[in-house]
Design a protein around this ligand. Structure first.
Ligand SMILES: [Zn+2]
Length: 986
């Protein structure tokens, strides 16, 4: 027979778009609309409802960027609508392609109860599920004029990303606000047709495809386009046969979970996220009420805490749905944080505060870590997840890799210590699924474990800016439950999916080491103040806990539980995966910098208070070591020795001798004991290099490998001088920017210390500092949480070549047997490594960038860095030097020295945290880890008397009692093992 697939496809597409979907709401009745515009910051709903409103016509422009407009909508349901489902339809000027990225609103009752949100894919509010006719309607709408910053003109610099620079221009025009009858049969017909149409597109030519096409034509033949509501039921009956055909035995099983990945800040500030969470959760609790099969999952304890504080009425509904097991808290973290840059203690606290919140609010613990969207995953995570009590890990971001396709979807991920955790990436390659035919088919086709396993996860809903699952998606899920030719879709708890996956895959494939994202590599450098603030505050809080615990256990001061909890939660929020990576708008980073300054000040005040209690009132000069917890007599200030020798400069002590050229470049760094020079003959280190850096897209996120092709070596010197602080080198970077370095070397130290301050006014540039090293390093070792990465320096494979910019924490080490050189830093996370020759290795630290999207002024102004060259370094000495640089000793005055509360002995053992227990029992918690990658033994000694000692989890659950002898605990740790002990008070 003659056939024309495209004719049917064109027909169904046009009829759906132009006639059927618009006919879901047809019969309309006008309403009266009043408004009150607020250009600045939002106000509480109670205040919004009490505003003075004035009449406005639909079709009026509204909303300057970031402003809020309150609407009051009143009307009467027509008497002839009795028995119908009546909805308020509201189009605020929506672009259907941009839910979460443009204007949105939350609808309230006159009593102030939030009902449901409005967004481009959710333009209705229920007025009466079965109207009696004549009902009076009064609703309030809090509409946010959030500007579109991405998509229309992707990655163009814009001033709209901060309320301080955004324009007063009104961004939106109301298009439609009226009461309407919801034609259920038309709605169901639309979903029938759309589901079948999208399915047949994915099917091979064969009977199933053609029978669907024929049924679609039959159905469309029965629709009278002028009497759609009246003919919809008849059209649907033509589709019954193809919709009732069931799927085959080996159909892929999709465990769907309703979702809205809500970025805690990104192209909007934190204050807007608070409202986004309220909007999405109000709609999701509404949908849970409508669809008994639907289940919704939301991560981030912080977002629940915001809801509890700002929209308690919605929170009560969420709480009830959590109790029913249908609103599912996910992830067990405070926020969906970056995992590459936060310290080990930070990740522990993400889990601790996250799980404690879910436990205290809902009586549950999350069993998996849910991080669909952060930019690469640290190889320390498997151990930390396991030791925090998690059983599974979920992401999908690695599907964004530029070059290499990840080989597994369900697998065990093995970390640096050997811990493994069952992990899953959805083969649909999205965390914002709409359950389209294309997505569902992709999951089935791409799933890498198809030989042995049957299913995958699909997070279903509009995400990033919120929105969540729609009734259209829920309707599709119902149709895809068991449909011939499709994967089977059911709403499921991810825990159940993982339990089944574990059963099916007796020996899952194993991936060892970091989950490196081959994209967004510049997130290790963009927004330097944010990186620096994170690093400083992490160390200050750990130090504040140490001194506070010491003072508290000696009866000298109360432990500041409330303050420390609040400060940690601020730092954890800023570790969100668009804040710490530096990829948010200017507004977010401006607030982050201010927040870091406040936290640093408050943490320092806690340190000062505890030290004053410990050292007593007095004038004796003392030195407080915030790493060991000891306060000792202050040593006289060490003189820095720099000698000028015929145009070059020498910094030397008993251990090393560093030679600096007249251009301020290091030409030699000699280890006197071995005679080895860290710098190759003829090479120059401490060379600042400026690259052009204009990636193809995602400016703040990406550096593309061609950035290397254009480089300027900064050799020009404005001045070089010997001062009491060290050798001071001033040089221009360009006509607009300049930098000053102070090179110094303390007596008895192997670390050449470099303090740099840069007046940075560049555009689309990348500043690096290069250290060519006379070391034949097969690999670099770079610190991560509680251990280090080991990465090859060569580029034999595409996987290694893709890692042209990689992460570190406080140090990176290049070594060969017998000799190594490390670079330590106090505020940076990115570096690159190349091999100038077979015998040498060049390490470059990434210092500053200047992308123009989404913050057009990224990193402009004064920036400071401190880093150091460790000459003759091992893992242990690099760890020590990195730690010392980040927690420098303090000068205090008092009357007495202080013995440390906790000491540890044993090669490679490092104390990570000394604090009081989170349950406020007054028990002492000490965390220790093995830092070198070797099995080790040692002792932990606590200088106070305690009762029982327990090993506990990272979220402070008991594991087992350990034997202790007079405050001494014998330790035996595996490579990179993290161990947490709780010393019970007597
Ligand atoms: Zn995200």
């Amino acid at each position: 027979m003659h056939d024309d697939v495209h004719l049917t496809e064109g027909r169904v597409s046009r009829v759906l778009k132009e006639r059927l979907w618009p006919a879901v709401h047809t019969t309309a009745a006008p309403v009266s609309v009043e408004w009150h515009e607020l250009p600045g910051e939002p106000i509480a709903p109670a205040e919004g409802l009490a505003l003075a409103y004035e009449k406005v016509e639909v079709g009026t422009d509204w909303g300057p960027a970031w402003g809020t407009t309150w609407f009051r909508i009143t009307g009467t349901v027509p008497a002839e609508w009795a028995g119908k489902r009546v909805e308020l339809v509201c189009d605020l000027g929506f672009d259907v392609n941009m839910p979460g990225f443009q204007c949105e609103g939350l609808v309230y009752t006159p009593a102030g109860d939030p009902i449901k949100s409005l967004n481009p894919r959710n333009q209705w509010v229920l007025v009466a599920s079965e109207a009696t006719g004549g009902e009076e309607v009064e609703l309030f709408l809090e509409a946010a004029a959030n500007p579109v910053l991405l998509d229309y003109h992707p990655f163009l610099p814009t001033q709209e990303g901060d309320i301080r620079t955004s324009s007063p221009k009104k961004l939106y025009t109301t298009r439609r606000i009226e009461l309407a009858v919801f034609e259920k049969e038309v709605f169901e017909l639309c979903l029938d047709l759309e589901t079948l149409h999208e399915l047949q597109v994915e099917l091979p030519e064969g009977p199933r495809k053609f029978r669907i096409l024929q049924a679609i034509d039959d159905a469309l033949d029965r629709v009278d386009l002028q009497r759609i509501a009246e003919t919809a039921a008849s059209a649907r009956s033509a589709l019954t046969g193809v919709l009732e055909a069931t799927s085959h035995d080996s159909a892929h099983q999709i465990a769907a979970i309703g979702h809205a990945h809500i970025d805690s800040a990104w192209l909007w500030p934190v204050r807007e996220t608070i409202r986004k969470v309220a909007r999405t959760t109000s709609s999701m609790t509404e949908l849970l009420g409508e669809d008994p099969d639907f289940r919704y999952g939301m991560s981030s304890a912080q977002q629940y805490a915001w809801l509890k504080e700002h929209r308690p009425e919605v929170y009560a509904k969420v709480k009830a749905a959590v109790a029913d097991g249908r609103f599912i808290p996910l992830g067990g973290m405070w926020v969906e944080s970056d995992t590459t840059m936060p310290s080990g203690e930070s990740l522990v606290r993400q889990f601790l505060y996250g799980q404690r919140f879910f436990e205290s609010e809902f009586g549950i613990r999350c069993r998996g870590v849910w991080l669909p969207d952060s930019f690469g995953y640290s190889p320390a995570l498997p151990q930390l997840m396991k030791r925090a009590g998690f059983e599974w890990f979920f992401t999908q971001k690695i599907s964004w890799n530029q070059v290499n396709k990840f080989p597994h979807h369900t697998f065990e991920w093995e970390g640096i210590d050997g811990s493994r955790i069952l992990s899953h990436f959805p083969p649909m390659d999205t965390y914002n699924s709409r359950l389209s035919g294309e997505e569902v088919a992709k999951a089935s086709r791409q799933f890498r474990e198809n030989r042995l396993a049957t299913g995958s996860i699909a997070p279903v809903g509009w995400g990033d800016g919120g929105g969540g699952t729609t009734r259209e998606m829920a309707g599709k899920a119902r149709r895809l439950a068991d449909l011939e030719g499709s994967a089977q879709v059911s709403w499921r708890h991810p825990d159940d999916f993982f339990a089944e996956a574990r059963e099916e895959l007796a020996e899952p494939p194993v991936w060892v080491g970091e989950l490196y994202l081959e994209l967004h590599r510049a997130t290790l450098t963009s927004q330097h103040l944010t990186k620096q603030g994170n690093r400083r505050c992490e160390h200050l809080l750990v130090e504040a806990e140490l001194w506070s615990a010491t003072a508290a256990l000696r009866g000298l001061a109360d432990y500041p539980y409330d303050e420390l909890d609040a400060l940690w939660q601020q730092i954890l929020l800023q570790q969100f995966h668009d804040i710490l990576p530096g990829t948010s708008i200017a507004w977010v980073h401006r607030e982050a910098a201010a927040q870091y300054a406040r936290v640093a000040e408050a943490a320092t005040a806690l340190i000062d208070r505890a030290l004053a209690a410990l050292a007593g009132e007095g004038t004796v000069a003392l030195r407080a070591d915030g790493r060991s917890g000891a306060v000792t007599a202050a040593a006289p200030a060490a003189a820095v020795s720099v000698v000028e020798q015929g145009g070059t400069y020498v910094l030397g002590n008993d251990l090393v001798r560093v030679t600096v050229s007249a251009e301020g470049l290091i030409t030699s760094a000699l280890d006197l004991a071995t005679g080895r020079d860290a710098i190759p003959a003829g090479a120059e280190a401490n060379l600042l290099q400026l690259h052009q850096d204009f990636p193809n897209m995602w400016d703040a996120w990406d550096v593309d490998r061609f950035y290397r092709n254009r480089v300027t070596d900064l050799r020009e010197v404005t001045s070089i001088s010997v001062t009491p602080d060290g050798l001071v080198i001033e040089r221009p970077i360009s006509a607009d920017s300049s930098t000053t370095q102070v090179l110094s070397l303390a007596p008895g130290s192997r670390v050449l210390d470099i303090s740099q301050s840069t007046d940075w006014h560049e555009t689309e540039k990348f500043l690096k500092v290069a250290f060519p090293l006379d070391v034949k390093a097969e690999q670099t070792l770079a610190e991560t949480q509680f251990g280090y990465h080991r990465r090859p320096t060569h580029t034999n494979t595409s996987w290694e070549a893709a890692k042209f910019e990689t992460s570190m924490h406080r140090w990176v080490l290049a070594s060969e047997p017998g000799f190594g050189v490390a670079l330590v830093n106090d505020s940076t996370y990115g570096f690159d490594v190349t091999r100038p020759s077979a015998m040498t290795t060049e390490v470059r630290l990434s210092l500053l960038r200047a992308p123009r999207f989404p913050d057009p002024e990224t990193d402009q102004g004064l920036q400071t860095h401190r880093y150091g060259l460790v000459i003759g370094a091992s893992v242990a000495s690099a760890t020590e030097a990195g730690s010392a640089l980040n927690t420098p000793p303090r000068s205090v005055t008092g009357t007495r020295a202080v013995e440390p509360l906790v000491t540890v002995s044993g090669e490679g053992l490092v104390v990570s945290s000394v604090k009081l227990a989170a349950d406020r029992s007054g028990d002492l918690v000490v965390r220790v880890y093995e830092s070198t990658g070797a099995r080790t033994q040692g002792e932990l000694r606590v200088a106070e008397s305690f009762g029982r000692v327990d090993e506990i989890s990272l979220v402070e659950d008991p594991i087992a009692e350990v034997s202790a002898d007079g405050g001494v605990v014998a330790l035996s740790l595996g490579a990179f093992e993290v161990r947490t002990l709780r010393f019970h008070r007597n």
